[in-house]
Design a protein around this ligand. Structure first.
Ligand SMILES: Cc1ncc(COP(=O)(O)O)c(C=O)c1O
Length: 358
């Protein structure tokens, strides 16, 4: 299927029909796992660091969902580092002051080693982002941000930043292409931790980059082939199986998140409930401090105390337990990743832990 014909279909349909083998007799309906370090010479694949048919099936599907050409990587961080590697020494990046810690730590390290310049901004303030973007080579957005749940006006920032010559990148991990398609909003590059919602079952790591431009696609492919930050074919196969059900999983988790937000708003143990109005991540800020928040995380029975997010199982974590988390994130902020359990059970479990922590 071409991306043009895919765009006419609904995302729910694309997630199911894209990335399949040809519809001829005796072909399996699903692309099999290809375990190969090398291929017969003279074809399109050649060597296992360059290509793999199982990666391609995943890439065709996510590319069709995001409306661009996709490359998969060994993890979200491998994808992020490869995109940052597009920049030349001395160029400057504008990035969110709150974002996934791995992204911010990597940027800080590149700045410290004199490779790049970086300005950290409040991405909810489009004017401030565009002022910082003047003369910058790249504007990095994560929307919603992890774990502050700030939302950027991607269309306004992309229009202004691209007019000034910057490449606009959006980490779309929290929204997924079901809720937000950054390339349609004017961004140049989308990155994903496919580890999260796309794969959806907390059983693998995978990353992805989607671009609209063929030259940039080739630049990223060349880096992946040379740097070897590739996924295993079993991971790509499992991630594609997860991707098939993304729309229904997210719809259900999002509905449960909205129900939980309504009930949590009046809870006396909470000073704040942050929810961007879409998606299935909620951040709650306790009136107490780190000790009370840690107690909540270890008291719930259904919510699993664990980092990461986007799985079928609900998880929770106090983000400041990580030394690298931004100091402007409250000590007692707990990030909730709402899974597929019944929302009444999830609320009862969390309310029990909140009551005990007071
Ligand atoms: C928004 C976001 N981007 C990127 C990453 C990194 O992805 P991975 O853990 O697959 O390397 C994460 C991981 O938590 C994330 O939350």
């Amino acid at each position: 299927m071409t991306s043009d014909s895919d765009l006419a279909l609904h995302p729910e349909t694309i997630a199911v029909v894209a990335g399949r083998p040809p519809r001829t007799a005796d072909q399996p309906l699903n692309t099999p796992i290809t375990m190969a370090s090398t291929y017969g010479a003279g074809g399109d694949l050649e060597y296992g660091r360059y290509a793999n048919p199982t990666w391609t099936a995943f890439e065709e599907t996510l590319g069709a969902l995001e409306g661009g050409r996709c490359l998969t990587f060994g993890s979200g961080m491998a994808a992020i580092c490869t995109v940052l590697d597009l920049l030349d020494v001395g160029q400057r990046v504008v990035a969110p002051r709150h974002a996934y810690t791995g992204t911010l730590v990597r940027l800080a390290e590149l700045v410290e080693r004199g490779r790049l310049g970086a300005d950290l901004v409040d991405i909810t303030d489009s004017e401030a982002v565009l002022t910082a973007a003047e003369g910058a080579a790249m504007v990095w957005l994560e929307s919603p941000t992890n774990p502050a749940l700030e939302v950027a006006d991607i269309a306004a920032i992309a229009a202004g930043a691209r007019a000034g010559g910057a490449i606009v990148v959006v980490d779309n991990t929290f929204a997924t292409p079901i809720l937000q398609r950054p390339l349609e909003l004017g961004a140049d590059i989308v990155v994903h931790s496919a580890t999260k919602y796309l794969a959806g079952h907390s059983d693998l790591l995978l990353g992805a980059v989607v671009v609209g431009d063929d030259e940039r696609y080739r630049a990223l492919l060349s880096r992946r082939s040379l740097q070897g930050n590739i996924p295993g074919s079993a991971e790509a196969w499992l991630a594609l199986r997860g991707l098939r059900t993304l729309a229904v999983r997210l719809e259900r988790a999002q509905a449960s998140a909205a129900t939980l937000v309504d009930r949590l708003r009046d809870h006396p143990a909470l000073a704040e409930v942050r929810y961007p109005g879409f998606g299935a991540i909620i951040s709650i800020v306790l009136r107490g401090g780190a000790t009370e928040a840690d107690r909540v995380c270890t008291t719930t029975r259904l919510w699993l105390h664990s980092t990461s997010l986007g799985g079928v199982e609900s998880t929770l974590e106090r983000r400041r337990r990580w030394a690298a988390e931004a100091p402007t994130i409250p000590e007692s902020l707990i990030r909730l990743s709402v899974g597929l359990e019944h929302p009444d059970d999830l609320y009862a479990d969390l309310a029990m832990a909140l009551d005990r922590a007071r």
